[in-house]
Design a protein. Sequence first.
Lengths: 279, 458, 310
Amino acid sequence: MRVKARKWGYKLFIVLFSLFILFFFVLPLLWLLTAPFDTKATLRVSLPSTFTFNNFRTIFANAFAIRALFNSIVIAGGTMVGVTLFATLAAYAVSRLKIRGRDILTYLLVLFSSVVQGTAAMVPIFLLLYRLKLVDTHLGVIFVLVGGLLPTGIFLMRDFVESIPRSYEESALVSGAKPAQVLRHVVVPVLRPGIMVLAVWSFVQAWGDFLISLIVIRSPTKMPAPIAIYSFYTEGGTPVLTLVSAYALIYALPVVGLYLFVNWRFGFRFFGGIKGSGR
Amino acid sequence: MRRLWLIVLLGIVFGWSSAGVGESIKLTVTARAVRGGVNSALVQWLEDMVFPAFIQWMKEQGKDVQVEFIQFGGSDEALKQQYALDLKVGKGADILGFDGFWIPEFDAAGLVKPLDEIVGLQVWDWEGWAYIPQGMREILGYKGKVYGLPLGTDVRVIFYRRDIFEKAGIIPPGSGLRWQPRSWKELLDTARYIKKVLPDVIPLQINAGTEMGEATTMQGWFMVLLGTGIHMYDFESGKWYGEHPGILDALNFYKIVYVDEGLGDARLQLIPGARARTFEFFRDGKIAMLVEGDWFWRSVLAPGSEWAIPNRNEVVDWAMMPAKEPGAGYRGQNFVTISGGTGFILNPNTPYPNEAWALLSFAFSREMQLAFQSIQPRIRSRTDVPVVGDPVMSEMAKALLPYTTVRPMLPGYPQISYQAQLMTERVVSGLMTPEEAMAAYADALAELVGTENVIRKR
Amino acid sequence: MERPRLYLMRERTFSILPRSIGLAFLTPAVLFISIFLLFPLVWVIVISFTNTALTGPGAANPSFVGIANYAKLFIPTRWLRPGEFGNALRNTLLFVLGSAILGQVPLGLSIALAFHRRKGLLRELVFSAATIAWILPGVAVAFAWIAFLDRDFGTLNTILGFLGIPRIDWYFSYPLYAIIFFNIWRGTAFSMLLFSAALGNIPPSFWETADVLGASAWQRFRTIIFPLIRPSVFTALILVTLWTFNVFTPYLITGGGPLFRSETIPMYTYRIAFKFFEFGRGAAIAVLMMTINFVLATIYLFMQKRRRII
C-alpha cells in the first residue's frame, strides 16, 4: 500500500513538474502569438483589442522584407545541404577509418568552431571572403556557416554512425558491394533519423544566423530576415511592435514547421546517445 | 566597295559606343532615411523632387540615367559600420549620406577621398561654391579639403513646454512672455521650482550616457561643458582637455540634476531606446525641459511625424543654453551651442564619378534646396537659400549661429566622444564621483592620444 | 569463387572502408574546415599582435605591436570597471555558471529523467516546447523576451504580480539574471535530448533490477543511472559551456547594458571590433577566449577520465 501511494505521489509530482516546465517554455512565446494580430500591439500579452491581419498584409506588401525571407531560405538551405552531406561523409570516414588521435582532433575542432562562430573571427572571415571575392554573396555566407558548423556536425553524426554495428556493412561488402554503395544502401537508411536531426540542426543554425550575414552581405537585396527585421524601426530607434512581431512570427514559422515535420515522420532525438570519449 | 562598307560599319560602331547611346547608367544614393520612418522628408525630397528632375535633365543631354535611393533604417552607428565594410571592399552606393565627424577616421584609413580627387579639378567650376561659405564647407571637410556637400547645419537649445511653465506659474498664462535663463543657477532654480510645484513632471532632461551615442556628446556634454569656458579640445595647442575645473563643474551639474536633486530621470537615459522615450515623454508633457537640437523641432515634433504635437507652436518654446554665469562660457560668451552637420559624400569607388557629381551638385542647386526647404525648413548650407516657412527656425538660426562652434575634426574624436559619454554615464548612474570619472576619462584619453596630448589642469 | 573468399577471411583486419575512399569522403569537410575555420583562426592569432583596424590611422598601415593588445586588456587599475575586459570576463563566468552548469544541464537532465520510459501527450508537448525554444531564430526570441521582461507590460511581471511579488525592472536592476534566465530557457533542449538518448541506451535489465531491489529514486540515480550516463554528462557540460561562452543572442535583448552589467565577452568583442573597428584588439580577445575555453574543456576531460566509478 505504501509503495502504491508513493508511486502515485511520484506520478503526481512528475505531472506537476512537467506542467510547470511546459508553462516555463511556452510563456515567453505567447507574445509572438498575440501581438502580430493586434492593431495596437504593445509589449503586453493580451487578446488583441482589435483583431487584424493587417500587420501581415503590410509585411507582405513590403518587397524588401519578403525577399529577405527568401534570402534566408537560400542561405539556410544551402548550409543544410552542405553540412549534412559533408558531415555524414566525414563522420563515416572518421568512424570507419583508423585515424590516430581522432577523438582529440574532433574535440579541438569543436573548440575552434565555437570561437570562429563568435564575434572576433568576423574580422578575418570578412577579410578572407574579400580576398576570395565572396563578399556580398550568399555563397560566401553559406561557406562560412558550413565551415563553422562542420566540426559539431561531425561530432553529432559520429555517435550515430558508431552505434551502427559494422556487421551490416561487412556483410554487404562481402557480398561484393562497393563502399559507396554500402554507404548509400546500407548505412544511410539506418542513419536516416540522425541525418534528419543533423539537417534540421544545421538549417536552424543557419536560419538564425545574424552576425555573419551582417558583416558579409552588403546589398540590401541580399540581406536575410534577421537583418531585415530591423528596418521595421521608427524614427527614434524603437521597434514598430505590430510589424516586428508579425515579421518575427513569419520568420519563426518555417523552422517550427520543419521540426514538427521531422519529429512526426522520424522522431527528433539523438539516437544512440552521444557518448564522450572513454567508451 | 567592300572596304567602304567596312569603314562605314566600323564608323557606326565606334560612333555608337562613344555616344553612349543605349548605355544606361545606374546611380545609387543611400542615407539613414526611411519613407514614413526616420528622416522621411529626405526620402520624399530625393525620390519625389530631385531624382525625376535630374533624370529629365540628363535625358536632355542625351544620357540615360537611372537613380535609386537605398533606404537604411538602422542606427547611425550601424550605418557607419556598413559604410566601413562597404568602402573597404570597394562597394557601397555612389553617393553616401555621411556625418561630417566620421570623415577624419575614414580618411585616415584611405576609405574616403576629397571631391576633387574623385572627380577632378572641374569640381570647382560648380556655381554653388560661391554660395557655400567656408564654415559650411568645413562640415564635410578635413585638412582643408572638401569631401562632400552638407545639407545644412544645426544648433542646440533648451526646448520647454509653455503649458507646463504656465501651469507652474513661471510664465503668466497668455502673456506671451518667454523664459530665458542667464545662468546655470537660474536654469536649475526653474527646474527645482517645477519639481516642487508639479511633482509628477520631470523638470529637466539633458542627455547623458552611452546609450544615446553622439547625441549625448552634442546635446548634452558639449552644452554643459562649453558653459564652463572650455571646449573638449584646445584648438590652439592641439591638445585635449583631460582634467580641468571646467570638466569638474560640468560633471557636478550632471550630478545635481540626476543624482542629488532628481531634477532629471537617470533611468530614462540609460535604457535602450532612451532617446525615443524622452521624445515620447516630452510629447506627452511629462518632461518640462529637454535640451535637443533643432532637428527635434523640425523633424521629430513636426506635424505628421510620430511624436508630432498638434499645437506644437503654442505649447513648445525654446531658450538658449546659458553659460555657467554670464561671460563664463566658451570664448567669453553668455550662451552656448554647438553645430554639427550631415551631408552627402561621393564614394571613391563609384564607376561613374562624373555622373555622380552631376547628381550631387544638382541636388544642391538653389532650386532643389528651395524645394527641400518647402518640405522641411532648416538652416541650409547655401546662403541664397534662407530659412522660410518656419519663423521659429529662422529665429533659432539668427539667435544662435553667432554663438556656435564645431567639434574637432580629428580621427581620434569618435573614441574620445565615447569616453565623454561614458564619463557622464558613470556620474549620472552614481557609479563614480565626478573626480573619479574625470580621472578615468583623462587616463583613457592619455591612452588614446598619448599623454603628451592631454591637458591636466586641476 | 571459393578461393577469394577464403583469402579474405584470413586477413587479419578487415577494413570496411578502403583508405583512399575514406580520405575522399573526408576531403570536402577537411577543405571547408581548413579554409573557413582553421585559416581564419590562424589569422586571428596573427592579427592579435598587430594594430589592424578598419578606420583610423591603423587601417592603412597596420603594424606589429607585440602583446600590447593583450596587455591593454589587463590594466590593473581599470580591469574590473564596467566596460572593460575584466568586467566582461566576470559577467561571462557568472553567466556560464548560472545558465549552463547550474541551469541547462541539470534542468535538461531532470526533464529527461522525469520522462524516460514514459510516453504520451505530456512528454511530446514538453519536449516539443523545449526544442522549439531552442531552434527558434535568435532575433525572434530576442523580441519576444524584450516584451516578456518589460517592467511595465511584460508577462513575467504580470505573473509575478499574481503571486504577489511587486514589479521588477529586469532590464535595469537585474540584467545579468535576466540573460541567465533567458539562456537556460533557450538551451535546455540540447541537454534534454542528449540525456534522453543516453538514458534510453541503458538496457532495461538495469531498471528491472532496480525495481526488484526496491531502490529509491535517489539511490537509483546515484548508483545506477549516473555512472552509466557519466560520459554524456561531461559531453553536455563541455558543449554547453563552450556554446554559452560564445553565445551572442543576449546582446539583442540587453545590448550588454545597462552600464555594461550584462556585457559578456562576445558582446565586448563585438563592441571593440565593430563599433570601434579595432580588429587587432578584437582578435586578442578572441584568442584569450579560446584559451579559456580550452582550459575549461581540458578540465572537464580530465575530470571525466580520472574516476571511473563514483
